[in-house]
Design a protein around this ligand. Structure first.
Ligand code: GLP
Length: 251
């Protein structure tokens, strides 16, 4: 793992966008694995700026998103499809036909999962997979569990994740209880993975993900087995990591 410590969220956005842009410039038809949540918003804003001002061209880029809430269709303001249009797809010259997000409103969510895995395989998986991390260490919606699930699957969202994501909804009851998420295989098959995190609330999860045992109880820890992972985080998120923080005694 390559760890990059930057000063704040803004710098995370700039650094992440630079990496994504370099992939797109080298391979204009790249497949980008994309994430939602507050962490990637700065990177998407910077990519939109690069598209407008620096000729970064998304016309042949394909994107595959990690996950979607079950029960929300793409026009729901809290759906991840809506999020992606708001923060990226509507701001760059990407062809909407080349953007894939699991359909949370599919009549048969299990069938949708199978179709999504077929899609990932047909695209050859992501050239770069962007990931946030949940406070409980989830990636996509791969929640802490007794085993890693390789395939795209329907998952019951953890109570701690419902608490964390409640801020986007009017009430806790409105937060969907299930999601469709790419599984661990879909993530690990990416050529390159970029994990981003900011703030003290991510510090425990980030330390465990980078330096703890590889266990499905801490889903992000599986990234330790991938040969090309870059973690970009701020001082606060890295505050429990020995090189950057003050927790040397733990190691
Ligand atoms: C959500 C998403 C994840 C995201 C995580 C962290 O539940 N399913 O893909 O990485 O939460 O979100 P944030 O960046 O808002 O902290």
């Amino acid at each position: 793992m390559k760890l990059i410590c930057v000063s704040d969220e803004h710098e995370i956005g700039l650094e992440t966008a630079r990496l994504i842009a370099s992939v797109v410039r080298l391979k204009p038809e790249a497949v980008l694995g994309l994430a939602t949540g507050s962490s990637p918003i700065g990177a998407y804003a910077e990519l939109a700026r690069m598209c407008a001002e620096e000729n970064l061209d998304f016309s042949d880029v394909r994107t595959v998103n990690l996950d979607e809430y079950v029960g929300l269709d793409g026009s729901h303001p809290q759906s991840y499809r809506y999020f992606m249009h708001k923060y990226l797809f509507d701001k760059v010259n990407i062809d909407p036909k080349n953007t894939y997000v699991p359909d949370g409103f599919a009549e048969d969510p299990d069938e949708e999962c199978d179709l999504y895995d077929e899609l990932l395989e047909s695209l050859g998986y992501a050239d770069l997979q962007l990931l946030g991390i949940g406070v409980n260490g989830h990636i996509g919606f791969n929640e802490p569990a007794d085993f890693f699930i390789p395939e795209t699957h329907v998952v019951k969202i953890a109570e701690s994740t419902i608490d964390a994501n409640q801020r986007f909804f009017d009430t806790r009851d409105e937060v969907p209880r299930y999601a469709i998420t790419i599984g661990i295989k879909g993530i690990l098959c990416a050529e390159r993975i970029v994990l981003i995190a900011s703030g003290r609330k991510k510090a425990e999860a980030l330390k465990a993900a980078c330096f703890g045992p590889v266990t499905p109880k801490m889903p992000a820890s599986i990234l330790q087995v991938h040969p090309n992972v870059t973690v970009i985080a701020d001082d606060e998120a890295f505050s429990l990591v020995p090189f950057f923080g003050h927790d040397e005694e733990a190691y």
